[in-house]
Design a protein around this ligand. Structure first.
Ligand code: GLA
Length: 718
């Protein structure tokens, strides 16, 4: 058998050492060029350590004690206590060198006769540089094999000394955590039965002080919406790995003879140029999918923060009128339209339009919305059930219970329980109801919500998060197949289900329930590490945020929302004339620039202190860009540091202008540098022309903004 496999696309190499009937990652990182093909893995093998195994012990792609790994194994399971330690032997390697898209693929088959297991691994190094890893284990024995873990593990070199992961809570998702990598294991687990508000979008390691623009970074994401774990682990011999995998409970996956457990796809990105390089690989890969949204992302109005549960046709019709006047293109009716749903204690599961509130059904509203040229969207929460609902009264056995039918319920959360979608009757019921709604009404979009942690989720007395997650995927897949024109948003009390598993069958995520622009600056920045902005819903909320009670000027709220899939969540009937014209201008800017914002390369600037932020989107030909400079807090300095742009062409000249008028509340007179004052006063005529090199190496002075204000800059090649 061959002794090495070298996959390579521009910027990334993956060198597998396949000697000794094992698979080890000899190198995952910078492109080795064609020399990589000639690099003998034997040259890279370290010595054996003292008081350790007799042979050198480079970590395997699937780390196992039988392969000299003393850390967390990559595969675990047993047959009633036996077959607890497998030793996988490589049987077959196949390599597809190049398909049309430029991606490369290696297929590996490993078996262990004694444990009666077969493991298939597929490694795809996509043309975008993103590495996809798919693993599955098959029980080739004649009794049951209980799977405890099948993780994806990738080694990172010793110079990766700092780790990064994200955490969060409701209305404050995706906040970064940095730490030094020391010996031991830093594990982030998600046991929420959903991806979770605190889920780490990636587990990453990098060279000291890595930032958005600099440093080598290795990052791994798990495409899964159930329980999961992510870790960075440094063993006693200094070998360091990143690992991700589904978190399985005892008995959750038991393979009968011949059965297979398919692990969720892991996505891995290496960047030689900081976190921007990581996100660029994720963004480009996501954008290359056939099913990536290709139509311009419509301006949304969501009714939630405007009316909450108070559905009234007259009010909603007025809201639709006001929305259409502003240029809204999609009107989304949120929670409150179905049987008995006057508040959040009742109704989930009864997916029938409530005749008390909607005596003529949804048709009058939908007709009105469509008559105004807008799409119509509807909120649903199909995986949930209120005890106070007709469906729960008729089918109490459909409520998931840890100890099976008739057993106790799990603790309530927002007064709701989980519908046991592993039960085919419950699944059929929900499918039929959603299918009926989508067939009866011309619905363009579903806001698909999921509003509770699903701890101790059980089906017939067994842990069922794994099966429930697959059942949800099947539900989405079946509805999409039956109604291919309908777009779906993944919402989960805001951003508790943001992962590439759900995004294979949905069209955007709701990043957070907070519309507070200050919170959103950070939430969107870090959600954007993996998701391009067109997949991230971002709405202009009311002046005073409903989640934090902070008050922000409209310019800051609008500029913040422009860097996502733009929308509004505000009672726009109540706008003053000034607000209406300001919001209309933002919508116009969005429509004129969404093609750029939703296709360009995302760049974030590393700033000298954390009181301000700068970021932008640059077109791939570097001819146009939009940048934001935002003050997040008061600065210790009287004046901010110059903004050194990034991602432009050093050899071209650019004109720097204002995307939206400078808000007089954002910065007062002398706080505005002369070049920006000239732009503000004279428009394009006043805009300076500066070389890309100077913009990136020297930068431009920024205004001394009041905290929680921003300016929107346009950069165009001349
Ligand atoms: C969740 C969502 C909100 C809203 C409410 C409706 O909290 O995240 O956006 O749809 O449910 O109940």
């Amino acid at each position: 058998m061959i002794d090495r496999v070298h996959l390579r696309v521009p910027g990334v190499s993956l060198l597998l050492d396949t000697r000794d009937a094992d698979v080890r990652v000899a190198h995952w990182g910078a492109d080795l060029g064609q020399h990589g093909d000639r690099l003998d893995p034997a040259v890279l093998t370290a010595s054996a350590a003292h008081s350790a195994f007799d042979e050198p012990a480079p970590v395997s792609l699937i780390p196992q004690p039988a392969r000299a790994w003393r850390g967390t194994p990559g595969i675990a399971g047993d047959r009633l206590g036996r077959a607890f330690s497998s030793r996988l032997v490589l049987q077959d390697v196949s390599v597809e060198r190049q398909d049309d898209a430029g991606s490369q693929r290696a297929g590996l088959v490993l078996t262990d006769e004694a444990s009666a297991l077969r493991v298939d691994v597929e490694l795809t190094l996509d043309a975008t540089g993103l590495l996809l890893i798919d693993q599955r284990v098959t029980n080739t024995g004649d009794d049951v094999y209980a799977v405890a873990a099948l993780d994806t593990t990738l080694p990172v070199p010793g110079q990766a000394t700092e780790s990064l992961d994200l955490t969060g809570r409701w209305a404050r998702e995706k906040h970064p955590q940095r730490r030094r990598i020391d010996q031991g294991t830093w594990t982030r687990t998600g046991c929420h039965g959903r991806t979770g508000h605190d889920s780490t979008l990636v587990i990453a390691a990098g060279t000291p002080g890595f930032g958005w623009q600099h440093g080598e970074v290795w990052a791994v994401h798990l495409g899964w919406s159930g329980d999961h774990s992510s870790r960075v682990e440094r063993a006693g011999d200094g070998q360091t790995v990143l690992a991700v995998g589904e978190l399985l409970r005892p008995g959750e996956v038991e393979l009968a003879p011949g059965e297979t457990y398919v692990a969720p796809t892991a996505y891995a990105a290496y960047s030689a140029h900081g976190l921007d390089g990581v996100s660029s690989r994720f963004h480009e890969w996501l954008r290359s999918r056939d099913r990536h949204p290709s139509s311009p992302r419509p301006v949304v109005l969501n009714t939630w923060e405007a009316v909450y549960f108070n559905h009234d046709l007259t009010v909603l019709t007025q809201l639709a009128d006001a929305a259409a006047d502003l240029g809204v293109e999609r009107f989304v009716l949120d929670d409150g339209w179905f049987l008995g749903r006057r508040n959040d204690t009742r109704g989930l599961g009864d997916w029938f339009v409530d005749p008390d509130v909607w005596p003529q059904g949804l048709t009058p509203l939908i007709d009105h919305v469509k008559g105004k040229g807008m799409q119509f969207g509807l909120w649903v929460e199909p995986e949930m059930i209120n005890e106070d609902s007709d469906v729960a009264r008729e089918h109490p056995e459909w409520i998931a219970r840890p100890n099976g039918a008739g057993g106790r319920l799990s603790l309530p959360w927002r007064h709701q329980q989980v519908l046991d979608l592993v039960d085919p009757d419950a699944w059929d019921y929900v499918y039929a109801r959603l299918d009926a709604l989508l067939s009866e009404y011309p619905i363009d979009y579903l806001k698909w919500d999921q509003n509770r942690d699903q701890v101790e989720l059980g089906h017939e007395g067994r842990a069922s998060t794994h099966e429930q997650t697959l059942a949800v995927y099947r539900l989405l897949d079946a509805l999409r197949a039956a109604h291919p024109g309908v777009e779906i948003e993944s919402c989960s009390s805001g951003g508790a289900r943001v992962d590439l598993g759900i995004l294979q069958r949905t069209d955007r995520v709701w990043a957070s329930d907070t519309n507070d622009a200050l919170e959103r600056q950070s939430i969107q920045r870090w959600t954007g590490l993996v998701l391009p902005p067109e997949l991230v819903g971002s709405h202009v909320g009311p002046g005073t945020s409903h989640t934090t009670r902070r008050t922000h000027d409209l310019s800051f709220r609008a500029i913040t929302a422009l860097f996502g899939h733009f929308g509004i969540e505000w009672d726009v009937r109540t706008l003053t004339d000034a607000e209406r014209s300001q919001l209309s201008a933002a919508i116009r800017f969005y429509k004129e620039n969404r093609a750029l914002l939703h296709s360009g390369r995302a760049v974030r600037i590393d700033r000298p202190d954390y009181t301000d932020a700068a970021y932008g989107t640059v077109s791939h030909d570097c001819s146009r860009a939009v940048f934001v400079y935002a003050a997040l807090a008061t600065s210790p300095n009287e004046l901010p540091a110059r903004l050194r742009f990034a991602g432009l062409d050093a050899d071209r000249d650019y004109r720097v202008g204002l995307g939206l008028p400078l808000d007089p509340h954002a910065a007062e007179g002398r706080g505005v540098p002369p070049w920006l004052r000239a732009v503000a006063d004279a428009g394009a005529d006043g805009a300076p022309v500066v070389s890309g090199r100077a913009l990136m190496q020297v930068g431009l002075p920024m205004p001394g903004l009041h905290p929680e204000h921003a300016v929107l800059l346009t950069v165009s090649a001349v």
